[in-house]
Design a protein around this ligand. Structure first.
Ligand SMILES: *Cc1c(COP(=O)(O)O)cnc(C)c1O
Length: 396
């Protein structure tokens, strides 16, 4: 038996997406840049995929650039905005302390190149306040980049309000919407978004393919030099099968968004309620302003890694935070950003559901986690010190 509860790390490719890809490996394998009709058929498929993706974001197909995924889109969006700012003498960027490393590390690189970066503090509920953005904008601010929904604690940010503030101030607004696209309604016009990153493998499409939306009039700097693909914004022969898989996955995710969202919200709340009965734990992030499939907890007196290994023995695939930080012993920067002390940030568990998750999966997971936490506390010196009063509990 296997229960896959790590859908924020990656998702299974849906049958629809896989079926949409197959013909472009076996039959329609032409190069879209070739002039003969066999190549042009692949080019028409690309045009069709671009139109469908644009429709879901409420933008023009010309505003979509295909990339290798969320990380590349984040890099290109931020470096492009920085280049635009630099030309006007504007070298200040606003972001938040709990962004994905694709954003944070790109910003760190820009800091070394002379940019100034303001990272907004995150409230304990995991939600940025629009006023924080408004108060940080300066005459030399060229970019605000705030994620749509957090990948570890699932909290959803006030994107429309931030978009409005940036538009009025004449500052570019980028959002890493990798966790949101296909899961939450996104409308780049209504939400006044200038740049948006998305990645197919987070909504049941294939890995290694994504897109960057850039509003008309926002020139992109290419990261990869070469041919004139993507109108000079991203060289390299297009990954036609993956692009077709991404378009099909997004069509399907958007068609079923409402129903899946309702189902997942009910399962998520059942899981949260069940895990909350374990003594001395805390839910990370607001209980309501969160992705329908995200559950994140910290348990006192245990190590997240041990928890994951024992859950794996019970057939449960879970995460203790970002896949990018696992393997290092530092606690998650996201949990530290919402003010969790080191000692409890270490005992974190993230469970992320998909449309295939059942109530039985949830109920089994609740009892498995309760059992494993109890076992680990039984052998934990930290837990003993908490119980004898040598250490103070952080949670109730
Ligand atoms: C997964 C993820 C990324 C990286 O996307 P890739 O396609 O894996 O490069 C970026 N940002 C967020 C919020 C993510 O969840």
């Amino acid at each position: 038996m296997q229960i896959y509860l790590d859908n924020a790390a990656t998702t299974k490719v849906s049958t629809t997406a896989l079926q949409a890809m197959l013909p472009y490996f076996e039959e329609q394998y032409g190069n879209p840049s070739s002039l003969y009709s066999f190549g042009q058929q692949a080019n028409e498929a690309l045009t069709d995929a671009r139109e469908r993706i644009a429709r879901h974001l409420h933008c023009d197909p010309q505003e979509i650039t295909f990339t290798s995924g969320g990380s590349e889109s984040d890099n290109q969006a931020i470096l492009s905005a920085a280049r635009i700012g630099e030309r006007k003498g504007k070298r200040h960027i606003i972001s938040t302390a709990f962004e994905h490393h694709a954003v944070l590390h790109t910003l760190a690189r820009l800091e070394k190149a002379g940019f100034e970066v303001t990272l907004l503090d995150v409230h304990e509920d995991g939600v940025i306040r629009p006023e924080q953005v408004a108060q940080s904008i300066r005459p030399d601010t060229c970019l605000v980049t705030v994620m749509f929904a957090n990948n570890e604690i699932g909290t959803i940010q006030p994107i429309s309000e931030i978009g409005q503030i940036c538009r009025e101030a004449g500052v570019l607004f980028h959002t890493d919407a990798v966790q949101a696209v296909g899961h939450l309604p996104v409308d780049v016009q209504e939400q006044k978004i200038d740049l948006l990153s998305l990645s197919a493998h987070k909504f049941h499409g294939p890995k290694g393919i994504g897109a960057l939306y850039a509003r008309k009039g926002v020139p992109l700097t290419t990261l990869i030099e070469g041919g004139a693909q993507e109108r000079g914004r991203r060289a390299g022969t297009e990954n036609v099968p993956a692009i077709m898989g991404m378009a099909a996955a997004l069509d399907e995710a958007c068609e079923t968004m409402q129903a899946t969202g309702e189902k997942l919200t009910a399962l998520r709340d059942r899981l949260i309620e069940g895990l909350s009965r374990i003594p001395h734990c805390v839910l990370n992030g607001d209980a309501h302003a969160r992705l329908p499939g995200n559950v994140s907890f910290c348990f006192e007196g245990i190590e997240g890694e041990s928890l994951l290994l024992l859950l794996d023995d019970k057939g449960i695939c879970a995460s203790s935070g970002s896949a990018c930080t696992s393997g290092s012993l530092d606690p998650s920067h996201v949990l530290l950003a919402i003010g969790r002390p080191h000692e409890i940030a270490h005992g974190s568990l993230r469970l992320t559901l998909s449309g295939e998750t059942t109530q039985q999966d949830v109920d089994y997971t609740i009892s498995a986690v309760a059992e494993v936490v109890d076992y680990l506390r039984g052998i934990s010196p930290v837990w003993r010190n908490l119980q004898t009063g040598k250490l103070q509990y952080v949670t109730q």
